[in-house]
Design a protein around this ligand. Structure first.
Ligand SMILES: [Zn+2]
Length: 334
C-alpha cells in the first residue's frame, strides 16, 4: 500500500496509520462501524487523510474484498474529483474560525435525506473542536437519532474541547505519533539532503506531515525569528502591542502554539534543570536565558494563559486584544 501512498488521486495511508486503517476496515466488514466516529490525535499525523479514505471506501460501488475503495468506479471518480453528492465536508469558513450552527444545521438536513448512490452518506467535520457550542448542540440530535447508513466522522486535534455529550456518542479512533525512527525514515526520504529531520520532528511534536510542512514553508527560520521577537518583548526592547498586531495576522495563530512550546520547555529547564532535547541549539540557548529570569510558578500561570487563549481563539474572540493581553504579561513591569 505504501507504494501508492503518494498518488495525488487518493488520500494516502501513511505507514503509521496502517493499524487504525485496518481496524476501521475490519469494523466495516464486520458491520460494526459506528455511525459516529471521532478520529483524534496530534497535528500532522494524517487524520484527515484517514477520514477521507474511509469516506471513499464507504461510497465506492465496487469495494475490494478487504473493504478498500476500487479507485476506478464512477463513485470513486466523483469522490476523487470532490463532487460526490453523498459526501459532505464541513470546515470553518476561514482557517482559525469557528464552525457555526448554520453549517451544522445544513449538514444535518443533508444527512437526513436518502443517499444519491443508494449506499452511505458520509460527512467529515474538521476540526470538530472548532464547533461553537450552538453548533455542537445542533449536532447532538443527529448523533442521538442517526438515519440509516450515515457515517459522521469528527476529526479533532484537541477532543477534550468537544462537549462530553458529543464525545460520548462517538467511537474514538486515537491516532498516535509513529516511533521516531519510522517518522524520521519517512521524513528523510521527502526532504532535501542535509535537512535536520530530527529537529523538524521535534518542533512538529512528532507529526511527520507537520514536520514536512514546516520544512516546505521554512517554518524553522520563522519560529526562530518569532522567538527573538518574544524575547525582545520580555526584555523590554520591543513593544508588546506592536508585536500582538503582527502576530494576530498569522491565520493559524502559529506563534501562540510556539509560545506554548517555549513555556513548556522553560518549565522543564527550571523545575529539574533538565537539558532540552535540542540543547545547544539557538532556541535552547534563548530559552535557558529567559528561564533564568522568570519564577517557575509564574511559568505555570503563563502556560494556563496560553491554553485559555488557544481555546478562545476558536470562538471568534478578538485575536489582537487576546495577544496583547498575553504579551503584556511578558513585558517588564513599567
Ligand atoms: Zn470505487
Amino acid at each position: 500500500m505504501s507504494g501508492r501512498a503518494d498518488s495525488p488521486q487518493q488520500a494516502p495511508v501513511y505507514p503509521w496509520l496502517e493499524a487504525p486503517w485496518r481496524s476501521l476496515l475490519g469494523a466495516r466488514l464486520g458491520a460494526r462501524l459506528s455511525h459516529a466516529l471521532l478520529i483524534s490525535g496530534a497535528g500532522g499525523l494524517g487524520k484527515r487523510a484517514l477520514a477521507q479514505r474511509l469516506g471513499q471506501a464507504l461510497l465506492c460501488a465496487r469495494p475490494g474484498p478487504g473493504g478498500e475503495a476500487c479507485h476506478s468506479c464512477p463513485a470513486c471518480h466523483l469522490f476523487q474529483a470532490g463532487t460526490h453528492p453523498d459526501f459532505v465536508l464541513v470546515e470553518p469558513a476561514e482557517p482559525g474560525k469557528a464552525i457555526l450552527v448554520d453549517q451544522v444545521r445544513t449538514l444535518c438536513a443533508e444527512l437526513a435525506l436518502k443517499s444519491h448512490g443508494g449506499r452511505y452518506k458520509v460527512a467529515v467535520l474538521q476540526p470538530a473542536e472548532r464547533m461553537n457550542l450552538a453548533a455542537a448542540n445542533s449536532l447532538l440530535k443527529t448523533l442521538e437519532e442517526p438515519t440509516d447508513n450515515t457515517v459522521l466522522i469528527l476529526v479533532a486535534e484537541q477532543p477534550s474541547q468537544l462537549p462530553a455529550t458529543v464525545r460520548s456518542r462517538c467511537q474514538t479512533i486515537a491516532v498516535r505519533p509513529p516511533e521516531p525512527a519510522l517518522a524520521q525514515k519517512w521524513l528523510t526520504k521527502r526532504l532535501p539532503s542535509g535537512s535536520d529531520s530530527a529537529l523538524l520532528l521535534r518542533l512538529a511534536r512528532g507529526g511527520p506531515l507537520r514536520a514536512l510542512e514546516m520544512a516546505e514553508r521554512d517554518l524553522v527560520a520563522q519560529r526562530q525569528r518569532r522567538l527573538e521577537e518574544f524575547q525582545a518583548v520580555h526584555s523590554g526592547r520591543s513593544d508588546p502591542l506592536a508585536l500582538a498586531a503582527d502576530w494576530a495576522r498569522d491565520a493559524e495563530l502559529e506563534p501562540l502554539y510556539w509560545v506554548q512550546d517555549w513555556i513548556q520547555d522553560m518549565i522543564r529547564i527550571c523545575t529539574n534543570g533538565q537539558r532540552l532535547a535540542a540543547s545547544g541549539s539557538q532556541e535552547a540557548k534563548v530559552l535557558e536565558r529567559m528561564a533564568e529570569s522568570i519564577d517557575c510558578q509564574q511559568l505555570f500561570v503563563r502556560l494556563d494563559q496560553v491554553s485559555e487563549a488557544l481555546r478562545l481563539s476558536a470562538t471568534g474572540v478578538n485575536r489582537q486584544l487576546m495577544l496583547e493581553d498575553l504579551l503584556l504579561a511578558w513585558a517588564p513591569a513599567p
